[in-house]
Design a binder for this molecule. Structure first.
Ligand SMILES: *Cc1c(COP(=O)(O)O)cnc(C)c1O
Length: 418
C-alpha cells in the first residue's frame, strides 16, 4: 500500500521508495531494513551535537511532565525566561530583546515585520527590503519574496513582493556588490537589508569572505538601513564560530536563529532585536505593539531543549569538537577536489561543498538524479543541490564515518561521469 504522506521538496513520481528511519544516535541513522546510515547533512542542517543527545532528551522529558504548553501573550514561563536571558548574555550586545517563533521562515517573517514596524512607528515609513542574489530565507510567502526567484517559487511569483537585489560578491567582483548596496541604500526607501552571513545555503553553498560582510554592514549603518542577519543555517557553530557575524566583527540590528537552537531536536526559532527596535514598538498605545504570534510561540518543551543546548555549549568542549571537524573537513575537501570532474571546492568552517562539472548546472541539473541514485545506494545521507555536493555533519562525527562519506561521494561522482 502506498503511504498517504506528502513529503516536502519531493517529487513522488521519482523518489520512491522513501527510506523509513527508526532511530538515530550521534551521526548515525538506523533504518527499518537494518541499515546504519551516516547523516552527513545533519538531517537538513539542524542536528549540531548529534542525534538524541542525552542532555537534550532528558530536558525534553522533564519539561513535558511539568508544563507542556502555555499561551505566551500576556503569560510567561521559566524555560522561556531563562532562555531569553541566557541568549542575550551569549549573543553580542546590543541584541537585547528576544522574540520567539517556530521555524527559520517565521523568524525571518518576524524580522521583516519588525523592520517595517520600526519605520512605521517612527513616522518615517520605509517599505523596501534589500536582498542578495542567490539567497534563501525560507518557504513562506514573505520569506520566499526576499529569496532568490527560481524553480523553487516560480509558481507563486504573482504573490511575492518586490525587493531590491544586490549581486552575489563572487571572488573578484566584491566591489560591484558594495556599489549596488550603497546605491540601493541611498535611494531612501530601504527599510532593511537581509543577508545570509558568509554562506548562502540553499542557493548552492556559496561562500564569501568576512571583510565583504563587514563592509556591507558599514554601508547599511551609514544609511540607517536595518541589517538583518539570517543565521538560521550559519548560527550555532556551523561556520566555525558561534555566529558567522562574529568572524566579520559585526552585530546586526536583527538576528534570526532556528535550526541549531535546540541542537536540532525540536522546532523553535528566535528573532533578536536591538533596544531601538523594541523601543519603537514600546508605548501605551495598543496600535503600536508588535502584531505577531503563533499558537506555539515559545513552547516550554522546545525552550527546555534550547536551554539544554546552551548548557552543552557552556559546559562541553563544543568549540574543540568544531575545530577538530573543521580540520577533518579541510582534509576531506582536499581529497575530494582531486577527483576528476570536480570543480569549485569550497569550505566555510564545518561546511564543505564542491560542484560536479556540468555545463547546465543549477538545482535541476541533469546530473542531479544520477547523483541522487548513486547516493541512495550508499550508506550515507547526502542531498546534493543540483550538481553541488556538500557535507555538513553533526560535530560529533568521527573519522571513520567521514571516510564513508568520502567513498560515497567518490562513487557518485564516478557514476555520473560514466
Ligand atoms: C533553512 C533556512 C531557513 C528556513 O528555516 P525553516 O526552519 O526551514 O523554516 C531560513 N533561512 C536560512 C538561511 C535557512 O538555511
Amino acid at each position: 500500500m502506498t503511504s498517504p504522506v506528502w513529503h516536502p521538496f519531493t517529487q513522488h513520481g521519482l523518489e520512491e521508495p522513501i527510506p523509513l528511519v527508526e532511530r538515530a544516535e550521534g551521526a548515525a541513522l538506523y533504518t527499518a531494513d537494518g541499515r546504519r546510515v551516516v547523516d552527513a547533512i545533519s538531517s537538513w542542517w539542524v542536528t549540531t551535537h548529534g542525534h538524541s543527545h542525552p542532555r537534550i532528551v532528558a530536558a525534553i522529558a522533564e519539561q513535558a511532565g511539568k508544563l507542556d504548553q502555555l499561551i505566551f501573550a500576556g503569560w510567561t514561563h521559566e524555560p522561556a525566561e531563562r532562555l531569553a536571558r541566557d541568549l542575550v548574555a551569549m549573543m553580542p550586545a546590543p541584541l537585547s530583546h528576544v522574540f520567539f517563533s517556530d521555524s527559520g521562515s517565521t523568524s525571518v517573517e518576524v524580522a521583516l515585520k519588525m523592520a517595517l514596524g520600526y519605520w512605521a512607528n517612527r513616522g518615517e515609513p520605509r517599505h523596501r527590503i534589500l536582498v542578495m542574489e542567490h539567497s534563501y530565507h525560507g518557504d513562506t510567502i514573505g520569506a520566499m519574496s526576499v529569496g532568490a526567484r527560481g524553480v523553487f517559487n516560480r509558481t507563486y511569483e504573482p504573490l511575492l513582493f518586490d525587493v531590491g537585489t544586490v549581486p552575489f560578491p563572487a571572488a573578484g567582483r566584491e566591489q560591484a556588490t558594495l556599489d549596488a548596496l550603497e546605491a540601493a541604500c541611498r535611494s531612501g526607501d530601504a527599510a532593511a537589508f537581509i543577508i545570509e552571513p558568509l554562506v548562502l545555503g540553499a542557493g548552492g553553498m556559496l561562500v564569501y569572505p568576512p571583510p565583504v560582510l563587514a563592509e556591507m554592514r558599514r554601508i547599511c549603518a551609514r544609511h540607517q538601513v536595518l541589517f538583518i542577519a539570517d543565521e538560521v543555517l550559519t548560527g550555532w557553530g556551523r561556520t566555525g564560530t558561534l555566529l558567522a557575524c562574529e568572524q566579520a566583527g559585526i552585530v546586526p540590528d536583527l538576528l534570526c536563529m532556528a535550526k541549531g537552537l535546540t541542537g536540532g531536536s525540536l522546532p523553535l526559532a528566535v528573532t533578536l532585536a536591538t533596544p531601538e527596535i523594541f523601543a519603537a514598538h514600546w508605548s501605551t498605545d495598543p496600535a503600536r505593539q508588535f502584531f505577531h504570534s503563533s499558537s506555539y510561540t515559545a513552547n516550554p518543551i522546545a525552550c527546555a531543549a534550547a536551554n539544554a543546548n546552551l548548557a552543552i555549549w557552556r559546559e562541553e568542549p563544543v568549540r574543540q569538537r568544531i575545530a577538530t571537524l573543521v580540520d577533518r573537513q579541510a582534509a576531506l575537501l582536499a581529497q575530494l577536489s582531486r577527483l576528476p570532474g570536480v570543480t569549485d571546492p569550497r569550505q566555510q568552517g564545518t561546511i564543505i561543498a564542491l560542484d560536479v562539472a556540468d555545463p547546465q548546472g543549477g538545482y535541476l541539473s541533469q546530473l542531479g538524479p544520477a547523483l541522487k541514485a548513486s547516493l541512495a545506494q550508499s550508506s550515507v545521507l547526502l542531498r546534493p543541490l543540483g550538481n553541488t555536493i556538500y557535507v555538513m555533519p553533526p560535530y560529533c562525527i568521527d573519522q571513520a564515518d567521514l571516510d564513508q562519506v568520502a567513498t560515497a561521494i567518490a562513487e557518485a561522482v564516478d557514476a555520473v561521469r560514466r
